[in-house]
Design a binder for this molecule. Structure first.
Ligand code: ADP
Length: 445
């Protein structure tokens, strides 16, 4: 598949509502994950499958050959370096490629192979001899649509008869245009306009409809409505596919409106545990003292790579500066950076170009850097109301039982308030956090 990508247009956003902030945050996180992800997430969990018709046989494949893909597509799959289907693909692909087409709602965390799966389904279902759109895919943002578009182009590299077009802002077509491309990827607003207002697309001819990142999509009411309006214009027999990384009640309600009679596939996240982590706390009186303690720790133990979390951008910036002055190679990840910049910082850190990554809480949510063995909470994680944020604490320092190496977590406590937060975290996980005397560090590894 080949495509014309429109020139990137400026953001030009004005004041934002809380809802938009929330959506931006989720969309940015999702984009960041895509940019830094170079392979599949490991998982030992079993896929859960709920078939619409429980009496029909359940197919699962262990190889791409079994799917009888078009040779051009199989070539694309191998060119991308895929050897065998991922956990979720084992079940999702046969379901999506079955005749007659089946509807699917699938949920699994980012990096488990959802995008690759639906891209393969879209490319398999379109007929290159028909010069009109047959597969539509909606993504929550411009950037995410571009990312998915790239996957379509890569996967369809050897299938050049199939063409792709981007229904995103900035891509202005002449009135009266009838699209010739078989695949359209875009955002809900532009996609709806192209179907309804401009009639560039005849929705009645669509065979596959994909709604990606449903959880990000529903963070904007407008997107939800637009998606539903698009869906309503599609023929009854059109295959509906919906993907999401998370599955709270609101996502589920939306999913059911988009996908009638669905098969459902779910893959649980790997559980994180504190069992293999040594947890300590250090008592200090100020941020300067915390910095001193940090230097002492660095002087006493060999730390290959560490991540240090701060509550505010200001503290993170200050700390990164101080550490640099001490001669450390420091990477700083901060909220004012563009997603692409953040991805570049994480990549450099992963490659070991820097040994310390200083970051704010918000920024690092959802990213994992597996090789980090030491995590330092320069500030303890708290939510907006100042309550201990147990989930973030666990995600930051926890390891998945199976893949986790031993780790070390050090918490900096500098007030009665933060001592209280620490105690609550300790109680919550029922796992002792031991006091560390930074003037006498023989006891830690
Ligand atoms: P998701 O959509 O769930 O976030 P992706 O489809 O983007 O997951 O896949 C995550 C990463 O794994 C991508 O880099 C993708 O190229 C790669 N990937 C996907 N499927 C396979 C596979 N079967 N074998 C190897 N790598 C894969």
């Amino acid at each position: 598949a080949s495509a014309t990508t429109p020139a990137k247009t400026g953001g030009g956003e004005g004041d934002k509502t809380g809802e938009e902030d929330d959506k931006d945050d989720k969309a940015a996180q999702s984009l960041l994950n895509k940019l830094i992800r170079s392979n599949l997430v490991n998982t030992t969990n079993q896929v859960e499958v709920l078939q619409r018709d429980p009496n029909s046989p359940l197919y699962s494949v262990k190889s791409f050959e079994e799917l009888r893909l078009k040779p051009q597509l199989l070539q694309g799959v191998y060119a991308m370096g895929f050897n065998r289907p991922s956990k979720i693909q084992e079940n999702a692909l046969p379901m999506m490629l079955a005749e007659p087409p089946q509807n699917l709602i699938a949920q699994s965390q980012s990096g488990t192979g959802k995008t690759a799966a639906f891209v393969l389904a879209m490319l398999s279902h379109v007929d290159p001899n028909n010069k009109f759109p047959q597969a539509l895919c909606v993504s929550p943002t411009y950037e995410l649509a571009l990312q998915t578009g790239k996957v379509i182009e890569q996967m369809g590299k050897h299938y050049s008869e199939v063409k792709l077009v981007y229904a995103i802002r900035g891509n202005k077509l002449q009135r009266g245009t009838q699209l010739q491309e078989q695949v359209v990827i875009g955002t809900p607003g532009t996609m709806l306009d192209w179907c309804l207002k401009f009639k560039f697309i005849d929705p009645k001819k669509i065979k596959v409809f994909v709604l990606d990142e449903a959880d990000v999509m529903i963070a904007t009411q407008g997107h939800q409505d637009q998606s539903i309006r698009i869906q309503r214009m599609l023929p009854k027999q059109c295959q509906m596919l919906l993907f999401s990384a998370t599955f709270e009640e609101t996502v589920w309600n939306f999913a059911q409106r988009i996908v009638p009679d669905p098969n459902i596939i779910k893959l649980k996240r790997e559980e994180e545990t504190l069992d293999t982590i040594k947890q300590y706390y250090v008592l200090c009186n100020s941020k300067e003292e915390k910095f001193m303690a940090l230097c002492n720790i660095y002087g006493a133990i060999t730390i290959a790579q560490a991540m240090i979390f701060c509550h505010t951008r200001k503290t993170a910036g200050w700390l990164a500066g101080e550490l640099s002055r001490e001669g450390h190679q420091v990477a700083l990840l901060s909220g004012e950076m563009q997603v692409e910049q953040r991805a570049a910082v994480i990549d450099r850190f992963r490659d070991g170009k820097e040994k310390v990554l200083v970051t704010t809480n918000v920024c690092a949510r959802g990213i994992d850097v597996e090789q980090v063995s030491v995590v330092i909470n320069f500030d303890l994680p708290v939510d907006r109301d100042g309550n201990p944020d147990n989930e973030t604490y666990l995600h930051r320092i926890g390891r998945t039982g199976r893949f986790g190496k031993r780790g070390l977590a050090i918490n900096m406590v500098d007030s009665r308030f933060s001592m209280n937060v620490l105690n609550k975290i300790q109680d919550h996980f029922n796992k002792k956090i031991e006091k560390l005397d930074t003037d006498d560090l023989d006891e830690i590894e």
